[in-house]
Design a binder for this molecule. Structure first.
Ligand code: UDP
Ligand code: MG
Length: 315
C-alpha cells in the first residue's frame, strides 16, 4: 500500500488561545510521521474557522504563511461544529487518501493518530477514537454525555460509546459520507450507517489546552435534540403507543362508567364526559402519531440519503 496522503481537519471557533499550542503539537506530530514515512508529504492540516469573532483567522493565516502544511478555510458565519467539519472534509475529499477530524482544543490525544493510521493500513475504512476515561471532564459533562449515548442506543441509533468526532475516514468512506444529502447533521450517528469496516482506538481524554468550552449547556441540549430528531423516528412511535394506551384505558373506563350508570351511582352528565375524555383523547393522540409517521417518512425522504453505499465492484 502506498504511503497515504493524510488531511487533518480541525474546526475552530474562537480558538485563538488554543490554536498556537495545537498547531505546534501537530507540526511536531506530522514532522515525525513524515520522518518515519507513515504519511505522504502532500498531507495537510486544514484549519476551518467557523466564523470566529476573535483573532482565530489571523492565527490561521499566519500559520499558513509560515508553513504550507497548514491550510485555512474561513466560513462566512458561525455554521456550527458539524457544518465546519463538513466544510473541511468537503474541501479535502479530492486530494486525500484519508482524513482525520479532531477538535482544536487537543482534548483528544493526537498520538492516537498513529493507531488510526495503523488500522487504516490494515484495511479499516473508519477508525473511531474512543475515550477510555472521562476523568478530566466535569462530573456534569460526563454524566450527561454518557446518559445521552445510552438514550440514543435505546432509540435505535447505532453509535460508538464514548466516541465523539475524533475519527479517521478513508477516501471512499469520506465520499460516501459526503453523498448524504441531509442538512441536519449528526456525524457520529451517520458514520456507522456507512457500514464500512470500522476499527476503534482507545485513548485517554485530556483537558482543553487553552480557552473555554464552546459547548455551553444550551448548545449541548440543542446538539442532543439534533441527534435524536435527525436520526430517530421512535419518539413519534411513542406518541402512537401512548394514544393506543389511552384508547385501551378509555375502553376500561367505558365499562366502569356504564356499570356506574346502570347502578344509578352517577351525577347527570358525568358518564358522557368521562367517556369522551378518555376515548377522544386517545383517538386524537393516535391520529397525531399516525400523522407523525407520515411526517417522519417525508422527513427521511427530504434527506435524500443514498440508497446504497458501494464497498467494492469487481468487473
Ligand atoms: N466548534 C465549532 N463551531 C462551534 C462550536 C465549536 O467549530 O459553533 C469547534 C471548537 O472550536 C472545537 C470543537 O468544535 O474545535 C469542539 O468544541 P469544544 O472543545 O469547545 O467542545 P467540548 O469539548 O467542550 O464539548
Ligand atoms: Mg473540547
Amino acid at each position: 500500500m502506498k504511503t497515504p496522503v493524510l488531511f487533518i481537519v480541525i474546526p475552530c471557533y474562537n480558538e485563538q488561545e488554543a490554536l498556537p499550542i495545537t498547531a505546534k503539537r501537530l507540526t511536531e506530530l506530522t514532522d515525525d510521521m513524515l520522518a518515519r514515512g507513515i504519511i505522504d508529504p502532500a498531507s495537510r492540516i486544514v484549519l476551518v474557522d467557523d466564523g470566529s469573532r476573535d483573532a482565530t483567522w489571523q492565527v490561521i493565516s499566519d500559520l499558513h504563511a509560515a508553513d504550507g502544511r497548514f491550510e485555512g478555510v474561513k466560513l462566512a458565519h458561525n455554521a456550527g461544529h458539524m457544518n465546519a467539519l463538513w466544510a473541511g472534509m468537503t474541501l479535502s475529499a479530492e486530494r486525500c487518501d484519508c482524513v482525520i477530524t479532531i477538535d482544536a482544543d487537543l482534548q483528544d490525544d493526537v498520538n492516537a493518530m498513529y493507531g488510526f493510521l495503523e488500522e487504516y493500513g490494515k484495511g479499516a475504512d473508519v477508525v473511531a477514537g474512543v475515550r477510555a476515561s472521562r476523568e478530566k471532564d466535569t462530573f456534569f459533562k460526563r454524566t450527561t454525555a454518557q446518559g445521552f449515548y445510552k438514550l440514543m442506543n435505546k432509540l435505535g441509533v447505532e453509535m460508538v460509546y464514548n466516541h465523539a468526532d475524533y475519527r479517521l475516514l478513508s477516501k471512499r468512506a469520506l465520499q460516501a459520507l459526503l453523498s448524504f444529502g441531509e442538512v441536519n447533521m449528526f456525524l457520529r450517528g451517520m458514520v456507522p450507517m456507512l457500514g464500512f469496516k470500522t476499527a476503534q482506538v482507545t485513548y485517554a481524554r485530556g483537558e482543553r489546552v487553552a480557552g473555554e468550552s464552546k459547548y455551553p449547556l444550551k448548545k449541548m441540549v440543542a446538539f442532543a435534540m439534533e441527534g435524536i430528531t435527525s436520526l430517530s423516528n421512535k419518539p413519534i412511535r411513542y406518541v402512537l403507543l401512548v394514544g393506543a394506551l389511552c384508547v385501551l384505558l378509555g375502553v376500561v373506563m367505558a365499562v366502569y362508567v356504564i356499570a356506574s350508570l346502570v347502578r344509578g351511582h352517577t351525577v347527570a352528565g358525568w358518564a358522557s364526559i368521562m367517556m369522551s375524555i378518555w376515548l377522544l383523547g386517545g383517538v386524537q393522540l393516535m391520529a397525531l402519531g399516525l400523522i407523525g409517521e407520515y411526517i417522519g417518512k417525508i422527513y427521511m425522504e427530504t434527506k435524500r440519503r443514498p440508497k446504497f453505499i458501494l464497498e467494492e465492484h469487481l468487473k
